[in-house]
Design a protein around this ligand. Structure first.
Ligand code: SAM
Length: 261
């Protein structure tokens, strides 16, 4: 049996609306994208396989907002359906993105996008459209994700994907590109998983002058850059030092003094 049949049959047996459900399961196993209690935005959600998986993962206290050009039917399981809200609209239109922001009512924990264009059969055109949808998903993620939030996006492989990946990398602690096992063998799609949305006002490599305002439990100086905590080894409370940022995590970072060897 081919892999395709395998996942198709499993989806039927296990009550998932699409074989794609297994891709989100596999992406989540790999990178732990969705946790209990999360608010998740699912873009390109019809017919609803990812929506079912996301609703299971967020549990009874979580919420999933599914968006698609197509109408998404209510989930059969009433418990799962209670956690789900759906929006019918085009994510390339501003008013749909505004409706998603309104439905979220604040920041969210994960934005996942399986959006894909209608296939024309001409690869370069389909690939360009896929990248456009991926960039729309990225813009939505930047608007909605809380610090530390996660992003998953499908994109067809092609020339400008490296640039897109670099843009995503600048906004997350790290990015992994993967093709889950449930992806068809002949497919040229990959998924980028951005873990840990960075909202810090600084990035690795930045050089700046900071004032040490506290000392951590390990004795490192701590500077505050617009409220973001930066650990500076070898600096004392009250020092003003010039530093280079070495590592930026969602809630704190590390820097080295530049005024000392
Ligand atoms: N993840 C879904 C599941 O598990 O059932 C399958 C998604 S399917 C591969 C891609 C979806 O992207 C289609 O339902 C399509 O309507 C949607 N889509 C494509 N362009 C879109 C757009 N501009 N705005 C919203 N949805 C879009």
């Amino acid at each position: 049996m081919t892999r395709r049949d395998d996942y198709y049959n499993r989806a039927k047996q296990e009550g998932y609306r699409s074989r794609a459900a297994y891709k989100l399961k596999q992406l989540d196993e790999l990178e732990n994208v969705i946790s209990g209690g999360d608010t998740v935005v699912d873009l390109g959600a019809a017919p609803g396989g990812w929506l079912q998986v996301a609703a299971e993962k967020v549990g009874p206290t979580g919420t999933v907002i599914g968006v698609d050009l197509q109408r998404i039917k209510d989930l059969d399981d009433p418990d799962l359906n209670d956690r789900v809200e759906t929006i019918r609209g085009d994510m390339t239109e501003k008013r749909t993105r505004e409706r998603v922001v309104d439905a979220a009512g604040g920041t969210v924990d994960a934005v996942v996008s399986d959006m894909a264009p209608n296939m024309s059969g001409e690869y370069s055109l389909d690939q360009a459209r896929s990248l456009h949808l991926a960039r729309q998903a990225f813009e939505t993620a930047l608007e909605l994700l809380d610090t530390g939030g996660n992003f998953v996006v499908k994109v067809f492989e092609g020339p400008d994907v490296d640039d897109f990946r670099a843009d995503v990398e600048a906004e997350f602690q790290y990015v992994r590109a993967t093709a889950p096992k449930a992806t068809r063998d002949e497919s040229s799609e990959i998924y980028l998983v951005g873990k840990g949305r960075l909202t810090a006002p600084i990035r690795a490599g930045d050089e700046l002058e900071v004032e040490i305002v506290d000392v951590g439990s390990e004795g490192d100086g701590i500077a505050s850059v617009d409220g973001y905590r930066l650990f500076v080894p070898g600096a004392e409370d009250g020092d003003t030092v010039r530093v280079r940022v070495e590592d930026v995590k969602p809630n704190f970072g590390f820097a080295q003094r530049l005024d000392r060897d």
